[in-house]
Design a protein around this ligand. Structure first.
Ligand SMILES: [Zn+2]
Length: 588
C-alpha cells in the first residue's frame, strides 16, 4: 500500500545519525559483542518530547521501593527510595546509558552490583531531566541498575499548564503520569514504547488525617504488612502485565478501601480494589459507588467488541486533588478520577485498559489511537452496548462533525502530526479521533470495522504500536486502500470530509403502464430514504429518449423495448441507481 504522506520518522533519522557517528554497522545483538561500546541515546526520538526517553536498552522489570514520610506542610513531604531496573541492551555494548529523573537527589548508583558513576542534566525549558550512568565496565545483554535516591518529590507542569507527576493532596500525595510525569517519582526509561512489568513496595503511615490510610498502586495487591509498632504499613503491588510508565499510579492518603472479586460473563474471576477519599460529597460518593457496581457490566459489554479484558485487576481511585489535575486518567488496572467517577468517564477509562494500556502508543503523536477510541466508546456504549440512548453512534458523530465549521481552528491541528505538546489533549485527539473511528466504520462497514478493532487487540496486546501499524492493519482487514482517508483524517490540517454513507433503502424501479403507441408509461421509483431527490432516464432500444417521470409512447418506438433508470441523490450519501426490467416490445 502507498506510504502515508508524512515526514521521515525522527527515530529513524536519529538512529541512523547515531549509528553513522560511532561507525558501527546497523546490526542486531548477534554481532553486538564484537561492536565498540557506545553511549546510549538520550532520547527515544519523540517529536513532542525530544529529550525524554532513552535508547540502547529495553527495560524488562522495575522494582520501586519507596517510603513516604509526611511533613507538616504536605507538599514538603519526603521520599526515601530505591529503584531497580532490569534491562537488556538492544545493540552495541553500552559504555554509558541514561534514565529520566526529574528533581530528587541521587545517593548512589550500582550496575550489576558494582558502583557506577553518574551525572545529572536538568532543563525545565527543554523538558530534559537525565540521570546518565557510566557503569564500571560496559554492559551487554542483561543488566541491572539500582538507584538509591530521595528528597521532596515535586509536580511536573505540562506545556498546557496542567499538573502531573508527584502532587500533594490535602491528606497525602497522588502520582499521575501522562505523558511524562513519571520521572518525578523514579528513574526509568520514560517512553510508552518501552513497557515493562513492575513491583511497587510502598511504605506509608498506617493512618493519615485521622483515618485509615492506603498506598495505591497498579496491578494486584500482593501484601499489606504493618510495621512492628503498627505506625506504618508496607503495601506491595505487583503489575505482572506489560505497562508503560505513563500509566503508573502511586496514591497515598486517607481512603475508604473496597475489595471484591468480580465474576465476568466469560467466567473469569477478576480481583477489584477501589479507593475513595472519604471527604468527597455524598453525591460524588453515590455516583462513584454506582460506577463501581457497574464495572462488571461495563467490562462484560466491552469484552464483546474488544476481546478479553487485558488487565490483571480492576478498580477505581477517587481522590481530591489540586485544581491542575482536573482530569481522569486510565492508570493501568485502576483508573484515577478527580472527586467523582461518573458512568461515562468510567466507560472511557475502562476502554483505555485495552486502548492505550494493553496496546500503547509508540510516540505521543499516536495518542489519538487511544483517546479517539475511548471517546468513541462512551457514545457506542450508550447507543449500542447498553442501549440507553435514543440516537445512533453514527448520527451523533456525524452531527458533531457537521456542527464544527470548516473554518474553525479546531481542525487546524492534525491528530497524528502535532508539533507542540501543549496540544496533546485537544479537540483533535479526542473529538476528531472519535469521529475518525466512526468515519472509518462508514467507509469499511460495520463488520470489517469490528474485525479490525478486535484484531488490533489480538495482535498487539502487551506491546506499543503507532500509526503505521494501525493503518496497515485497517487496510489488511478491509482489503481497501485507505491512504487518502487516513491522510485526510489524521495528517491534514483542515476539516476532513465525512465519507459518503449508504442509503438505507434499496429502491427497485419498475415501469407502470402498457407499451402501446399513444399510451403513457410511468416510472415507479420504489421506496427511498427521506430527503432523496429522484431523476429519471428513459431508454428505448438502448437509446436515451427522455428525462421525465413519464414517457409518451410514440409510433417510432414500435418493436423496441423500454426501460427507465431512477437515480436517487441525497447529500452525504452515495448516489443510487436502479434500472427497471425491459418492457415487452412496443406495439400499436
Ligand atoms: Zn482518555
Amino acid at each position: 500500500m502507498p506510504q502515508l504522506r508524512r515526514p521521515l520518522a525522527p527515530l529513524t533519522a536519529l538512529a541512523l545519525t547515531a549509528a553513522l557517528a560511532v561507525g558501527v554497522p546497523l546490526t542486531g545483538p548477534a554481532h553486538a559483542a564484537d561492536a565498540e561500546p557506545v553511549d546510549g541515546a538520550q532520547t527515544s526520538g519523540d517529536v513532542l518530547f525530544p529529550h525524554v526517553g532513552n535508547g540502547g536498552y529495553d527495560a524488562q522489570h522495575y522494582d520501586v521501593d519507596l517510603a513516604w514520610t509526611p511533613a507538616a506542610q504536605l507538599d514538603r513531604s519526603t521520599i526515601e527510595a530505591t529503584a531497580t531496573m532490569q534491562a537488556q541492551t538492544t545493540g552495541a555494548p553500552l559504555r554509558s546509558f541514561s534514565m529520566d529523573l526529574e528533581g530528587l537527589q541521587v545517593e548512589s548508583v550500582t550496575v550489576d552490583g558494582a558502583d557506577a558513576t553518574w551525572r545529572r542534566t536538568n532543563s525545565d525549558e527543554r523538558v530534559e531531566h537525565k540521570l546518565v550512568v557510566t557503569p564500571a565496565t560496559p554492559v551487554l545483554g542483561d543488566f541491572t541498575v539500582e538507584v538509591a535516591y530521595g528528597g521532596v518529590p515535586e509536580a511536573h507542569r505540562d506545556a498546557d499548564g496542567s499538573l502531573e507527576g508527584w502532587n500533594a493532596t490535602s491528606d497525602g500525595a497522588t502520582f499521575l503520569n501522562q505523558p511524562v510525569g513519571a520521572m518525578t517519582g523514579f528513574p526509568h526509561n520514560n517512553t510508552p514504547a518501552d513497557k515493562a512489568t513492575w513491583t511497587f513496595t510502598l511504605d506509608v503511615p498506617t493512618r493519615l488525617a485521622g483515618g485509615k490510610a492506603a498506598a495505591v498502586g497498579n496491578g494486584v495487591l500482593a501484601s499489606q504488612t504493618p510495621s512492628a509498632d503498627g505506625a506504618r504499613t508496607t503495601w506491595v503491588w505487583d503489575q505482572p502485565r506489560q505497562m508503560a510508565s505513563e500509566l503508573t499510579i502511586i496514591s497515598i492518603g486517607r481512603y475508604a478501601a473496597y475489595h471484591d472479586t468480580i465474576r465476568l460473563a466469560s467466567g473469569r474471576e477478576l480481583p477489584e480494589w477501589t479507593f475513595v477519599d472519604p471527604t468527597i460529597s455524598d453525591d460524588d460518593l453515590a455516583t462513584t459507588l454506582a460506577s463501581r457496581a457497574q464495572q462488571k457490566n461495563i467490562i462484560d459489554r466491552l469484552e464483546t467488541i474488544y476481546g478479553p479484558y487485558p488487565g490483571a485487576a480492576t478498580g477505581l481511585v477517587v481522590d481530591v486533588v489540586p485544581d491542575g489535575i482536573n482530569y481522569a486518567l486510565e492508570t493501568q488496572d485502576r483508573s484515577f478520577f478527580p472527586s467523582s467517577a461518573d458512568r461515562s468517564t468510567t466507560v472511557h477509562e475502562i476502554t483505555h485498559q485495552w486502548w492505550g494500556d494493553a496496546v500503547s502508543p509508540r510516540v505521543w503523536n499516536d495518542i489519538w489511537i487511544n483517546e479517539g477510541m475511548a471517546t468513541w466508546s462512551e457514545t457506542n456504549y450508550a447507543n449500542t452496548l447498553a442501549g440507553t440512548s435514543q440516537t445512533t453512534t453514527a448520527e451523533e458523530f456525524y452531527d458533531e462533525w457537521a456542527g464544527e465549521p470548516a473554518g474553525s481552528d479546531a481542525w487546524t491541528i492534525p491528530p497524528a502530526a502535532m508539533t507542540d505538546s501543549a496540544d496533546l489533549f485537544g479537540f483533535q485527539t479526542y473529538s476528531r479521533g472519535a469521529m475518525m473511528y466512526e468515519a472509518l466504520r462508514t467507509v469499511i462497514g460495520d463488520d470489517d470495522f469490528h474485525t479490525f478493532i478486535r484484531a488490533w487487540q489480538d495482535r498487539y496486546s502487551g506491546t506499543s504500536h503507532g500509526i503505521d501499524d494501525f493503518t496497515a492493519l485497517a487496510e489488511e482487514v478491509s482489503g481497501r486502500d485507505l491512504d487518502a482517508f487516513f491522510t485526510d483524517w489524521l495528517l491534514d490540517a483542515d476539516k476532513p470530509a465525512w465519507p459518503l454513507r449508504d442509503q438505507v433503502r434499496d429502491p427497485q424501479a419498475r415501469i407502470a403502464g402498457q407499451p402501446v403507441v399513444g399510451r403513457t408509461l410511468r416510472a415507479v421509483p420504489g421506496r427511498h430514504d427521506a430527503g432523496t431527490r429522484l431523476s429519471y432516464r428513459w431508454e428505448v432500444g438502448g437509446r436515451k429518449v427522455a428525462y421525465g417521470r413519464t414517457l409518451a409512447v410514440r409510433a417510432k418506438y414500435v418493436g423496441r423495448r423500454v426501460k427507465v433508470t431512477v437515480v436517487s441523490t441525497k447529500d452525504g450519501y452515495r448516489t443510487l441507481r436502479s434500472t427497471s426490467p425491459l418492457t415487452s416490445p412496443v406495439r400499436r
